[in-house]
Design a protein around this ligand. Sequence first.
Ligand SMILES: C[S@@+](CC[C@H](N)C(=O)[O-])C[C@H]1O[C@@H](n2cnc3c(N)ncnc32)[C@H](O)[C@@H]1O
Length: 427
Amino acid sequence: MRLGGRIQAAAEILEDVIERRTPVTMALRDWGKSNRFAGSKDRSAIGNIVLDALRRKSSIGFRMNDDSPRALALGATVFSGGISVDDIIEQTKNDAHFGAPLTDDQIAKLRGQIDLETAPDSIRADVPDWLWPAFETNFDEEAVLEGAALTERAPLDLRANGIKATRDKLNQKSAKPTEISPIGLRFSPVEGFGRHPNINSDPDFLTGKMEIQDEGSQIVSLLVAAKPGETVLDYCAGGGGKSLALASDMNNEGAIHAFDIDKRRLAPTYERAMRAGASIIKVVPPPAKSLNHLRGRVDRVLVDAPCTGVGTWRRKPDAKWRLTEDALGRRMAEQVKVLDEAKDFVKPGGYLFYVTCSMLAAENEAQVYAFLERTSDFALLSAGEVWEERFGVDVPKPWSSDGCTLTLTPASTHTDGFFFAVMEKSA
Ligand SMILES: C[S@@+](CC[C@H](N)C(=O)[O-])C[C@H]1O[C@@H](n2cnc3c(N)ncnc32)[C@H](O)[C@@H]1O
């Protein structure tokens, strides 16, 4: 396919996502199925345009003075994809697949006629209006910077599985060591129409020497600081990403109970643990009563709570515009529930960890403080000491609104957004 066809295809897919509210992964897949002539390079180029357009939907709409799918696709191609306006004009001449040629007005806008600096802050940050006050409260003068960092393309991070390898033994020549996690490797975000390597067919992955895991997720797993021989409960284990990281950190000694209310989400954990040689992971499908024997007996309970996923907007940009106040309220109610359920498993003197991939105080600090109000036998500890112990002092620093909890963000720690709090149960 030529450039014009790719832009036009991206516009059609954006229409599906924005106007019919189809999730972007589904819209891209459906388009691929009904356009089998498109090669893998075409599909990744189109995917890049679509995802870039969604990451910057409001700022591109402002700069184009038009938020139609076609304007968004054009803006993303130029402002994020780095293709020049002249290249578009040149390459789309007489290309029927592109549709109507660019108008003078579109050319002017693509050349930067409208200065984004003149836009309201929420548009410069590409954050939905209703969420902007929450962003400003959290990040103050850095709010635009934090929002804008969530519009960048994300890197691809790997975690060396300590049970089978160290990161310098992995055969990933074009990946660089991660800045903070001592066990991670990073492929920089793709440029232009590029794509990341296919890790799922890589021998290091197939033999369990490494996993795909964002550095932020690696960091919060390391902050749990689980020791070999301990008993750990991963209460919201999902696909087992953090359980696997914990098993590696514990040198595969001790016990990790990986539980999730949703057995379909939990399902991949069996195979992943096998591949990683993480024999200490015991997958516990619902109902939760199978965990009864662990009440009051677990050294460390991790609650990687269901949340809005604001910290992952770089990777799932359609979620940003799909999120509603109602959905936020539902996630907050679930957070209260999981904390109240999980706390009963912590042994006296043990630890409860609360993690989200959100950057909203309502899902983070506010949940922790409300939990401490209604539960008298837990005390909030400072996560800063463990941070220094594990990562030293010469690495980028996360946010902390209270000196105890930590918030990782793309702008501060160059990771996905994550919140981390640790509470100790009185002995
Ligand atoms: C953020 S995801 C976990 C991701 C996972 N820890 C990982 O690293 O891949 C949150 C999980 O919480 C689970 N969940 C929601 N309510 C729950 C409950 N009451 N008890 C246990 N798990 C619950 C969801 O099914 C979901 O898989």
